[in-house]
Design a protein around this ligand. Structure first.
Ligand SMILES: NC(=O)c1ccc[n+]([C@@H]2O[C@H](COP(=O)([O-])OP(=O)(O)OC[C@H]3O[C@@H](n4cnc5c(N)ncnc54)[C@H](OP(=O)(O)O)[C@@H]3O)[C@@H](O)[C@H]2O)c1
Length: 214
């Protein structure tokens, strides 16, 4: 059992916080305005708590970053680099731009030469970022049940021990893990969200996930 600090009051924060609670961890969820998490807290049970981004990052042994991509760097600043130093930070974010999709293809504010996670890793060099959970909709993030069996979660990051910790979490959350290497692999992983969303925007539903076959 670990203390998991989930930065994010949105759907991803809710689903992952509930998943960690279900798998026996303690969870704190963070927001600029923790009051907005009151309804969640009331239902979440005795192993749950809420706080500011700074309080949540300080309390968590592992930190989950589940905030809007455009705000991710400023949330790291609110959490503070000193507090995040040495911690595993599971980065679920995608760099979705505010302009609308084109024929179901999301626009990103990053380029193929620089991912959001590279920006985050540069912002807090001492944090051990691992990209994970970014390539699937929140409804399927925890123990997805699909006819094709367990799907693949693509991860990357510079710290091998951190990736082992995240792989252990993904094992319990019902995923096969494909480690694509160092932080630069986020240039390839983050755009998989664009691909994942296209069938949904085309009206073919959102109940799908990706799988690496060999
Ligand atoms: N939705 C999905 O199914 C899905 C799937 C895969 C990956 N993702 C990625 O996961 C991340 C979270 O997605 P989401 O749908 O749960 O929620 P979201 O609406 O993208 O993000 C909500 C969070 O972002 C924070 N935020 C927004 N603007 C901010 C600002 N200006 N300054 C500081 N914080 C700000 C909010 O803080 P407050 O709590 O203070 O309001 C809140 O905690 C995103 O990067 C998304 O691309 C989403």
């Amino acid at each position: 059992m670990q203390r998991i600090g989930v930065l994010g009051s949105g759907n991803v924060g809710t689903v992952l916080a509930n998943g960690f609670l279900r798998h026996g961890h303690e969870v704190m969820r963070g927001s600029r305005d923790p009051v907005k998490l009151g309804d969640w807290l009331a239902k979440a049970g005795p192993s749950a708590r809420t706080g500011t981004f700074a309080e949540t990052a300080a309390w968590g042994e592992i930190v989950v970053l589940a905030v809007k991509g455009e705000a991710a760097e400023s949330v790291l600043d609110l959490a503070s680099a000193e507090v995040l130093a040495g911690k595993v930070v599971i980065d679920t974010t995608n760099p979705i731009a505010s302009s609308p999709p084109v024929h179901g293809v999301l626009r990103y504010f990053t380029t193929l030469e620089e991912s959001l996670m590279e920006r985050l890793q540069r912002r807090v060099p001492s944090a051990r970022f691992v990209k994970a959970f970014s390539v699937v909709g929140n409804a399927l993030m925890v123990n997805p049940k699909l006819p094709g069996g367990p799907p693949t979660m693509f991860i990357c990051g510079n710290d091998d021990a951190a990736k082992r910790d995240v792989t252990a979490i993904l094992d319990t959350f019902g995923w096969l893990t494909e480690d694509l290497g160092a932080v630069e692999a986020a240039r390839a992983i983050e755009p998989l969200c664009i691909l994942w969303c296209i069938p949904g925007f085309q009206g073919r539903g959102w109940a799908h996930a990706l799988k690496m076959l060999r």
